[in-house]
Design a protein around this ligand. Structure first.
Ligand code: RM4
Ligand code: MN
Length: 379
């Protein structure tokens, strides 16, 4: 199970990023989508667990997507999910698929249809939709009318899907809108997915909830109804911080993976795509992605160690502390030696961070790549 687990990495993690105060430039960052994929391939090379890279359109727009696909495959990775982007155009100030003006909604739908074509050219199976739509002020627009516009626009996109394509619909509590996002929570995302049909699932970004939200409950609930399509993993201390997964709260990550294992959703065929959605503003990017993949693997290994039979017996017997103890025993186990062995069995270095550092790749990239860009390069 552990040896088969795969984690999808995002192209935007390798470009420069920052906050609204400052974007810091790092040396050796990719200058184009080809170099972003080359960096992503390094993560797979040293972890053996990151064989797909998600793209973001228009940030990763190229002249020939079939060529980009070949480039990825030559480097041993595949193109994963295609992310649409309706948050960087002046037309979208008041929304995209929910905008009051039908012409803006048509433009936003057309962008998603372009993304479906990108999927056909790259071999990607899923379109991830995250909308910036929402309101800053009560009364600014009609809450219910916006939901109707959203349902209508999503139905148009859904109708254009090939049988083997699917939609991943993402929710976010707040930001960029502060009063009311149009898809603020998993319930809203799920309702829209259910109205669309079997080819639409919810994507859960771990940074998109109110502080204190019980995320593993949401995981359990979406798994129950077969609608958990993917994770966007990252860590948050306060808002949507996009820090490395497992950095802020490794215990929460364990509890999430525990629900995944309990529902038998770790299997490669389960339909759940484990992805990273992170930015590395101050830390080096490739090592941070490697570390993140390892953090997910560690949480997964601990979840696999839970003695399910003992847990079940303790739960049935009403043994509160016994049941809790079974979980904590697994969480408290040092699984790093086990994961080192999994890597050795695959012919990998047991320490991916050290192996990447020793490879000299970062030094070569810094020397060869002059003028690398921001995550939204080309946008
Ligand atoms: C959004 C959301 C999306 C990601 C963009 C860059 O906040 O999390 O998943 O594609 O950011
Ligand atoms: Mn996300």
């Amino acid at each position: 199970m552990l040896a088969e687990q795969t984690i999808e990495v995002p192209s935007w993690a390798y470009g420069n990023s920052g906050t609204r105060f400052k974007v810091f430039s790092q040396s050796g960052v990719p200058r184009d989508p080809y170099e972003k994929i080359a960096d992503a391939a390094q993560v797979h090379r040293y972890t053996g667990a990151a064989p797909r890279v998600s793209l973001h359109i228009p940030w990763d727009r190229v002249g020939d997507f079939a060529d980009l696909r070949r480039h990825a495959e030559d480097l041993g990775v595949a193109i994963g999910v295609i992310n649409s982007n309706v948050f960087q155009d002046d037309d979208y100030m008041l929304g995209s698929l929910c905008h009051p003006d039908p012409a803006v909604r048509r433009k936003a739908v057309a962008h998603h249809l372009e993304c479906l074509d990108v999927m056909r050219a790259t071999g990607s199976g899923a379109l991830k939709i995250w909308l910036p739509d929402g309101l800053n002020y009560p009364g600014q627009d009609d809450l219910r009318a916006r939901q109707e516009r959203l349902a209508d626009a999503l139905a148009q996109i859904y109708a254009a899907l090939d049988p083997d394509q699917r939609i991943l619909l993402e929710y976010k509590l707040f930001e960029p809108a502060f009063y009311a996002m149009d898809i603020p929570d998993w319930g809203t995302a799920l309702l829209h997915c259910m109205a669309l049909g079997e080819q639409a699932d919810v994507v859960l970004d771990t940074g998109h909830h109110a502080p204190g939200t019980n995320i593993e409950f949401i995981v359990a609930q979406l798994l129950r109804v077969g609608r958990l399509g993917a994770f966007d993993f990252n860590s948050r201390f306060y808002a949507d911080d996009d820090l490395m997964v497992g950095a802020a709260d490794p215990f929460q990550l364990f509890r999430i993976m525990n629900e995944i294992v309990a529902a038998d959703a770790l299997r490669p065929g389960s339909g759940v795509n484990f992805m990273l959605d992170q930015c590395h503003n101050i830390e080096p990017k490739i090592p941070a992605q490697i570390r993140s993949v390892m953090n997910v693997q560690e949480a997964t290994a601990k979840a696999l160690l839970v003695d399910r039979a003992a847990l079940h017996d303790a739960q049935q017997a009403g043994d509160v502390l016994g049941a809790h103890g079974v979980l904590m025993d697994a969480y408290s186990t040092d699984v790093r030696p086990l994961l080192a062995q999994v890597r050795l069995d695959k012919g990998l270095d047991p320490d991916p961070v050290a192996a990447f550092a020793a490879s000299g790749y970062a030094r070569r990239a810094a020397a060869e790549r002059v003028g690398g860009g921001q995550a939204g390069w080309g946008a």
